[in-house]
Ligand binder design. Structure first.
Ligand code: DX5
Ligand code: ZN
Length: 222
């Protein structure tokens, strides 16, 4: 599907946690559409970020929807807490769900949009039988766990393949790209068929983060 305008989701993982309130306000003021919230458990990924109490503190001040990326094993245990902590979108990892269909139904029953993230090595065609149940697919363009990594070029062909797979089956599916996204590849990602760009270090490490968001938001596919 092609949305009229793509969405920008700054990843709070790259914020300065000692001045998180200021960084939340920056995203509020900016042209960003969502807050991307990375929750890691140190088991599914080799890093621990922050948990639901921090997410709740963000939710208290955020004026835009929270797009929550759960990099945790057995995410079913935390879906309700995640919703109650302010999630609008809940994305679980394909690789972390034994009963993905059931997990997606549980997310929708909570009233959240349901997403699935795929690690770089996971083929998009594995989603064929759950495409109708999805609001969003997050294609990881780095191995999850850390910000500031190099974008994996193979992602472009995965976007195109997923768009083809979803055509006529789920034309409202949002394709989100997460990892190594910035001004240098945003246009090409949109051209390939991306709808949502997650950006961590390219926004928060920029001299002017609001301007970095503005540039990503106003980039044209091509
Ligand atoms: C990585 C996280 C990403 C990360 C992106 O595991 O899922 O959301 O914050 O950071 P950048 O944009 O710096 O690659
Ligand atoms: Zn993420």
């Amino acid at each position: 599907m092609s949305t009229t305008k793509h969405l920008i989701a700054p990843s709070v993982l790259a914020a300065d946690f000692a001045k998180l309130y200021d960084d939340v306000q920056m995203v509020n003021r900016s042209e960003a559409d969502w807050f991307h919230i990375d929750i890691m458990d140190g088991v599914f990924v080799p890093n621990i970020s922050f948990g639901f109490p921090v997410m709740q503190a963000i939710a208290k001040h955020a004026k835009k929807p929270l797009d929550v990326h759960l990099m945790i094993v057995d995410p079913d245990r935390y879906l309700k807490t995640c919703k109650d902590s302010g999630a609008a979108v809940i994305t679980v990892h394909y690789e972390a769900c034994t009963h993905l269909h059931r997990t997606l139904a549980a997310i929708r029953e909570l009233g959240c949009k349901a997403g699935v993230a795929l690690n770089p090595h996971t083929p998009v065609n594995l989603l064929k039988d759950v495409l109708q149940d999805l609001d969003l697919v997050c294609l990881m363009s780095v191995n999850p766990g850390f910000g500031g990594q190099k974008f994996i070029e193979q992602t472009y062909s995965k976007i195109k393949e997923l768009r083809t797979l979803a055509a006529g089956v789920n034309d409202r599916l949002l394709i989100e790209i997460d990892g190594g996204v910035g001004a240098g590849n945003a246009a090409a990602l949109l051209e390939a068929g991306a709808d949502v760009l997650v950006a961590g270090s390219s926004v928060f490490a920029a001299a002017d983060p609001e301007e970095a968001v503005r540039q990503l938001k106003n980039v044209q596919a091509g």
